[in-house]
Design a protein around this ligand. Structure first.
Ligand code: GDP
Length: 473
């Protein structure tokens, strides 16, 4: 699998591991067999032996100089990790120098001049994977953890880095390997005692299939953690769409005015709704209009509805709710995957009226979830967020006791393929088909699961995954 990678593994690589810009500290990583010697050409410890003879994992104060000319670049702390006890499993050095635009770049240039090669994107983590320090799902978790937008997303990525998903996938894989061994034996010894119990094999397949299906269910929440949800706010002009956006975002972003038809363009706002990453899109109100500019906005509202995860239809219940609101709610329900109806201005309308209107909304559209709110006082904000969460992904955080959660689309596709192959193996088995037929399905399932953790991932897949990392990871 890693034949093509081997050539490059003999190189010693270096990269700046921290983001560019003015920071107090920048970290430069060096990894590969020649790390100690290359560092000796650039780093001079203030006291004690040469850097290559450092005690592993102890930070040392060093002067960094650019080769022969001995121009001092910086004074830094450097740590040597010896193979295999390092992030990459190779000899690795981490140099913490001053940040900014000049120093880290000069340190890196000095290391490159001393014999290191500039690391490719994700190459440190690729090396950790190739050295067996982490499996593929764990390596991918590094990128998810760095890219996490909320604490819940970071927790999920960390659990994956810790091996939660890998353990669940491996457990399913091991049970399939067991079944495969039983079936292979039946194929090899067809005329002897090699016949297998179709029913017991089918039962075991059913159990593994159920485990995979349960794991697959976590993907809906995983996608929410990864991509967030997109909420299109629609409603009559002056219903309080901009005010609700501000309430959810908890700051003034959209311009709120009492003149109907003022939100001409869509306004987007990234928010964290109780740890749920979301993009709120305030649209122009949907209504027939003579005004061309507003008409363009209305078209955009329609397009937003078809692209969002959930529509938030806002009705002003301080006045009469009528055919126009009904049309909007029905339109939103027909265009968007789910719809929540905010019965706004309950501070004026009162709760009795709110409840009555909620009953009417249920008549308009059974799937819509009505919630009484006041964008002015903030009442109902929590209930509204709960309704949005339920509408968009079922509202369950899907935190399994084993912590396994499918965050990546690649993993979802692979597990879905494995689950389908297991289902098909079960059917084949129940139909009393010969063992060879079951073995083919089992092989498909094993390969699909092996793609998640990397045992059965092609070099192509691996290259593609790491190419999306940034330099220094
Ligand atoms: P949009 O056109 O749907 O975006 O509506 P706006 O957010 O601009 O609000 C229209 C008017 O209704 C403004 O004067 C708001 O202050 C007022 N408003 C919005 N929400 C509430 C609410 O919950 N209670 C009260 N009393 N007024 C509200």
């Amino acid at each position: 699998m890693n034949g093509g990678f081997e050539l490059r593994l003999s190189d010693t690589i270096a990269a700046i591991a921290t983001p560019p810009g003015a920071g107090a500290i920048a970290v430069i990583r060096v990894s590969g067999p020649a790390t100690p010697e290359i560092c000796d050409r650039v780093l001079a410890p203030r006291v004690g032996p040469a850097f290559s003879r450092s005690r592993a994992r102890y930070a040392r104060l060093v002067t960094i100089a650019a080769g022969e000319s001995a121009l001092v670049i910086d004074t830094a702390l450097a740590t040597l990790f010896r193979a295999p006890r390092s992030y990459t499993g190779e000899h690795l050095a981490e140099i913490s120098c001053h940040g900014g635009r000049v120093v880290p770049q000069s340190v890196l240039s000095a290391l490159l001049a001393a014999g290191a090669r500039a690391a490719d994107p994700g190459e440190f983590t690729l090396r950790a994977f190739l050295a067996g320090r982490v499996d593929l799902a764990q390596a991918e978790a590094v990128a998810s953890l760095i890219g996490a937008g909320t604490e819940a997303a970071a927790r999920a990525a960390h659990a994956q880095l810790d091996g939660a998903l890998s353990r669940t996938v491996s457990a399913a894989r091991n049970s399939l390997l067991d079944i495969a061994a039983q079936i292979e034996a039946a194929i090899d010894f067809q005329d002897e005692a090699g016949d297998f119990e179709h029913e017991s094999v089918a039962r075991r397949l059913q159990q593994t299939g159920a485990d995979l299906a349960a794991l697959l269910e976590t993907a809906r929440y995983g996608a929410v953690l990864r991509d967030g949800i997109r909420i299109a706010i629609v409603g009559r002009p002056n219903a309080g769409k901009s005010s609700l956006l501000n309430l959810l975002a908890q700051r003034s972003r959209a311009i709120v005015t009492p003149i109907a038809g003022t939100t001409r363009d869509t306004i987007e706002q990234e928010v964290n709704l109780h740890d749920l990453p979301a993009t709120l899109v305030d649209t122009a109100g949907i209504r027939a209009t003579e005004n061309a500019v507003e008409a363009a906005g209305v078209n955009r509202a329609r397009s937003e509805l078809s692209h969002c995860s959930v529509a938030l239809a806002v009705c002003d219940i301080s006045g009469p709710c009528g055919v126009e609101d009904e049309a909007i709610v029905k339109y939103a329900a027909a265009s968007a995957p789910a719809v929540v109806v905010a019965l706004n201005k309950v501070d004026i309308a009162g709760h009795d009226h709110g409840r009555q209107t909620a009953g009417r909304v249920a008549d308009w559209c059974a799937a819509a979830r009505p919630v009484c709110v006041s964008a002015l006082t903030g009442e109902g904000r929590t209930e509204l967020i709960t309704a949005i969460a339920e509408a968009s992904y079922g509202g369950h955080a899907d935190e399994r006791p084993d912590g396994a959660l499918i965050l990546a689309e690649r993993h979802r596709l692979a597990v879905a393929r494995a689950a389908a192959a297991v289902g098909s193996a079960q059917q084949t088995c129940l139909a009393g088909m010969p063992a060879d037929f079951i073995a083919i399905d089992l092989r498909g399932a094993l390969d699909a699961l092996g793609e998640v953790t990397g045992e059965a991932a092609s070099e192509d897949i691996i290259e593609r995954i790491f190419r999306n990392f940034c330099i220094g990871k």
